[in-house]
Design a protein. Structure first.
Lengths: 174, 374
């Protein structure tokens, strides 16, 4: 690949890396896993960069790979995700920091992510696409290659699960 | 804290997600990994050509019948042995293929430029050709549900599979088409129990069975495409999986190039295999154990000339409308193979997205998506 294309890819990745890691974090609930997924997605994009750049919207391409990578990891490898009864240890994760406020914010975030981890991969993806990225039901269905009805039902079930989640009800302050 | 409404959920998600601070973009590592992906694509293509040239599979449409039901050849040997106490660090397994040595070695997670959370696996030895290969993937971890999580590679004249095993797996028996049984003993490598083996690229794997101290855990009957065996579905004792069936899902000529997509169902699940312009275009397997659970979705789209799209269609899908970037629409009808409905179509070259929409008999859109020939 030419040096010019490499430079172009470097600029693209530097610019979009944080957004893709955050998307993957919302899907996986784990920053380490999120960075793995984002790396895999960017690597696949780089492997086909001459074609990807011609799509005119490489970000959309990478976003779809992130969603698929996460789904594939869950379905085929099942090596990265374990359901646990406790939120992850603070320290290197999101929002770790000193003081009562930081601890409280950390507890709230970790409780939310723990509750999300109890959802299946598709329900979690629906929640992230619909309620974080703000996609319409039709747009989320297109991203997930499923029907609008499936998005509706998965969203409904996911919200019901989240509302009944003990992590959220208890305030995540174990 | 509770989720009172959708806005509340959005705000909480936003707060949680925006709070994380990603480390600097690992551009160099990603580009190295991308080059490995490109290299592997070429290696698989070369291996597939080599297999065809050897006469092991003369007719593409018969390849899977041959691979699944009878050995392409029985004149090969394969051995495997677990590392001993004086083996080099990271060694997963070693052995011979047709008398030539091979070794599979894992790098330390994050080391050697693998990046955080990544791990290299090195396939080395004459059995893998003059150069061997290095594969980069997320660091190994014990599988949560299946007994073994195999990754397949093709390198030179050999294929290999390796991966982590569940805690209760004592050993894995891999049965080959000529009757050879390779017994894989898990070895702990950087904290994770792994197994691995290598065989000739044209040698079919009949089954892999994982055993615990109490007996059989599950058996996978893999599907083989391009020399890589896909272990997607693990059947517990007493489970039979799908009945074997195969059939043409779609075929035709696009801009003068012939294409076809065939479905192969069986205990391995369901696999769709594409051919375009006389070459293997790609395949995708799904863990399907019941025809009644078949949904609608795009499984895979490929690059190539022409590009191919393939997926499954639920029982209510009557047709799939495919719309090109310039607005022309063609209709594709699902085809049932073994009770599971599939669809496939060829689409053009170029960077633009093509749209597909599945409709029911009343003309209502069920689902849609887009594909791009990349």
């Amino acid at each position: 690949m030419s040096a010019q294309l490499d430079t172009e890819f470097r600029e693209f990745m530097h610019g979009r890396w944080p957004a893709m890691v955050r998307l993957a974090y919302a899907l996986t609930g784990d920053q380490g896993h999120a960075e793995d997924v984002a790396q895999a997605a960017f690597a696949r994009a780089y492997a086909s960069w001459p074609k990807v750049r011609r799509t005119g919207n490489p970000e959309a391409y990478v976003r779809r790979i992130v969603i698929n990578e996460n789904r594939n990891r869950f379905r085929k490898q099942r090596v990265t995700e374990r359901l646990t009864d406790t939120p992850p240890e603070p320290g290197s994760g999101a929002g770790a920091g000193p003081g009562a406020d930081a601890t409280s914010q950390y507890d709230e975030r970790s409780a939310l992510m723990a509750a999300l981890r109890r959802l299946g991969p598709r329900q979690r993806a629906v929640v992230v696409l619909r309620y974080w990225l703000g996609l319409t039901e039709a747009e989320a269905a297109a991203e997930l290659n499923c029907s609008v009805g499936t998005v509706k039902s998965q969203a409904s079930r996911a919200l019901a699960t989240l509302r009944q989640s003990t992590e959220l009800v208890d305030g995540g302050s174990q | 804290m509770s989720i009172d409404d959708e806005r509340d959920l959005h705000e909480r998600l936003d707060g949680a997600v925006e709070a994380i601070a990603p480390r600097p973009a690992p551009v160099d590592g990603v580009m190295r990994r991308g080059r490995v992906i490109r290299w592997r694509r070429r290696a698989v293509a070369v291996a597939a050509v080599a297999v065809v040239a050897a006469g092991a599979v003369a007719v593409p449409s018969l390849r899977h019948a041959a691979a699944q039901h009878q050995p392409a050849t029985s004149h090969y040997t394969a051995t495997v042995q677990a590392p001993g106490p004086h083996s080099p660090p990271g060694l997963i397994a070693s052995g011979t293929v047709n008398g030539q040595r091979w070794a599979l070695t894992a790098g330390r997670p994050g080391a050697g430029g693998a990046g955080r959370g990544q791990q290299f696996v090195i396939a080395s030895g004459p059995a893998f050709g003059p150069d061997g290969t290095t594969d980069s993937a997320p660091a190994f971890a014990a599988p949560a549900t299946e007994p073994v999580s195999f990754t397949g590679i093709v390198c030179g004249p050999s294929q290999a599979a390796y991966g982590p095993v569940a805690a209760d797996v004592s050993y894995v028996a891999v049965r080959l088409g000529n009757g050879i049984v390779l017994t894989l003993h898990p070895v702990r490598v950087y904290g994770v129990r792994l197994v691995g083996f290598a065989i000739p690229v044209s040698a079919p794997v009949v089954s892999a069975t994982a055993y615990s101290a109490r007996g059989e855990i599950a058996t996978a009957i893999p599907f083989s495409d391009g020399g890589i065996s896909s272990f997607v579905t693990w059947l517990r004792p007493g489970q039979s999986g799908l009945a074997r069936a195969s059939g043409l899902v779609g075929s035709g000529s696009y801009l003068g190039k012939a294409w076809s997509v065939r479905a192969y169902l069986g205990p391995w699940g369901a696999c769709l295999v594409g051919q375009a312009g006389g070459e293997a275009a790609g395949s995708s397997c799904e863990e399907v154990t019941s025809v009644s659970r078949n949904g609608t979705g795009m499984w895979l789209w490929t690059g190539g000339d022409p590009a191919l799209a393939m997926g499954s269609a639920g029982p209510s899908v009557a047709r799939i409308a495919v719309t090109s970037p310039d607005g022309k629409t063609t209709q594709v009808h699902p085809v049932a193979v073994g009770g599971v409905r599939f669809f496939a179509f060829a689409f053009g070259q170029g960077p633009k997205h093509w749209k597909w929409t599945a409709y029911d008999g009343s003309g209502h859109a069920i689902t849609s998506g887009d594909v791009v020939p990349t």
